[in-house]
Design a protein around this ligand. Structure first.
Ligand code: PLP
Length: 419
């Protein structure tokens, strides 16, 4: 409903618009009521669901949470996070690929909290934040909430690999205009495309940033968003790029965002951490104090029970193994769905973004809103993005994943001919 009378401050006046993910999910739920859930393909939800539509959980994690003593729920955590949690978070992030240099960690409410602090504490008001043209919508929300903007480079080149030329061009042009640059890079298992940079691509990114850091006036903050890393294949291989974050010039700070939402199926517990890596100990000392201050200034302390659960898991190799085994079953389920989708997409000649792993497959198309609307008529609910539609393989049973590519291909062709 449009309002002519407004009470909010100038900076909070925004155009109203329904969140497309929630709108698509609501449409799917209401269709399920009319035609029955089995006829509806709800590919809007960004959470891993079982084949029967229930939320996938890691039983060991939930059991650990349930058996915590009352004080673990009732007590505050320290503002920066429980020290045992922060140590566990570093282990969970790096595993065998600890970058050389100094690291500090601060607890945040999920990866979202880390994004917020990185933007606020490492860019200046009015600055542009750099990310790829396919990106998770809340990057823009968080940037705008804090008086920043998002500028994008083109993620893929004509060979469907990382478009390093575009990345370089946009980085250079922003560093000409501003002294600090925060770069949000979501990989492996990127949302929404499922792309993971190869080791060579990572090397090129880091080498290029090093060249830009030759100007000592510039500050480069590489924000590595690893929200889906635990669903990106082998734990060890998926983390090898992190060694590249060691031994960098002091004016490059790497921040890795750790989240317990997906990897530990604790979406609602709002627990994660930001880990700063630098070759200069003062930079990580400052990282700790600035982000701890922001914790106090924005949400105070984080969710203690979730922190304790992670600390327990990484304190006991047997528990860690159980969690990993349970997660492997979920990973296998996800991979089977993605494989089924990709196989059928090939048969149907349906072009998709280069998917390596993760919760989503994205189909580029010219008229995403029209395509999504037409698909809804066939009871397929996928999220329209700026340049395509996002299909959440994480929340759709395998037989549906195999069925839909043909329909999507037909609908895109139909919409494109009519438009
Ligand atoms: C790309 C990306 N980054 C970060 C997050 C943060 O999630 P959370 O704040 O729950 O850790 C998400 C969640 O959907 C995401 O898709």
């Amino acid at each position: 409903m449009a309002t002519s009378f407004s009470m909010v401050a100038h900076h909070s006046r925004r155009t109203e618009g329904e969140d497309k993910i929630f709108a698509t999910n609501n449409a799917a739920l209401s269709a399920a009521k009319t035609v029955g859930a089995s006829r509806v393909v709800n590919a809007s939800i960004g959470a891993l669901l079982n084949e029967d539509g229930s939320l996938s959980v890691l039983p060991t994690v939930i059991e650990l949470l349930r058996t915590l003593p009352a004080e673990e729920y009732a007590a505050y955590a320290p503002i920066a996070g429980l020290p045992s949690f922060l140590e566990a978070a570093k282990k969970a992030v790096f595993r065998n690929h600890i970058p050389e240099g100094f690291t500090e960690a601060v607890a945040t409410p999920g990866g979202s909290g880390a994004i917020r602090h990185a933007i606020w504490n490492y860019s200046n008001i009015g600055d542009a934040i750099l990310t790829s043209d396919w990106y998770w919508g809340p990057y823009k929300t968080v940037a705008e909430e804090h008086g920043r903007t998002i500028v994008t480079y083109t993620l893929f080149d004509e060979k469907d690999t990382f478009n390093i030329a575009s990345f370089k061009e946009k980085t250079i042009s922003l560093l000409e205009k501003q002294d600090s640059l925060v770069i949000l890079l979501n990989a492996p298992a990127h949302n929404p495309t499922g792309y993971s940079l190869s080791m060579d691509e990572w090397k090129e990114v880091v080498a290029f940033l090093k060249s830009q850091a030759a100007n000592p006036e510039k500050r480069i903050i590489l924000f590595s968003d690893i929200a889906y890393i635990d669903f990106a294949g082998n734990d060890d291989n998926s983390r090898s790029f992190m060694e590249l974050f060691g031994g960098l010039p002091q004016n490059i700070l790497t921040i890795v965002a750790f989240s317990m939402s997906k990897g530990y199926t604790l979406y609602g517990m709002r627990c994660g951490a930001m880990i700063g890596i630098s070759s200069n100990p003062d930079v990580v000392k400052e990282f700790k104090s600035a982000n701890q201050f922001s914790n106090r200034g924005v949400w105070s302390n984080g969710t203690r029970p979730a922190m304790t659960v992670l600390a327990k898991i990484f304190d006991d190799p047997g528990l860690l193994k159980k969690v990993e085994d349970e997660r492997q079953l979920l990973q296998d389920m996800l991979t089977e769905r993605a494989d089924a989708f990709i196989q059928e997409a090939e048969k149907a000649n349906l072009k998709i973004c280069p998917y390596k792993a993760g919760f989503f497959i994205t189909i580029p198309c010219k008229n995403p809103d029209l395509v999504a609307a037409e698909l809804q008529k066939e009871y397929i609910f996928a999220v329209p993005l700026g340049k395509g539609i996002r299909f959440a393989v994480c929340s759709v049973p395998k037989d549906h994943c195999a069925k839909v590519p043909q329909i999507i291909a037909r609908v895109i062709q139909q919409v494109d001919t009519e438009a």
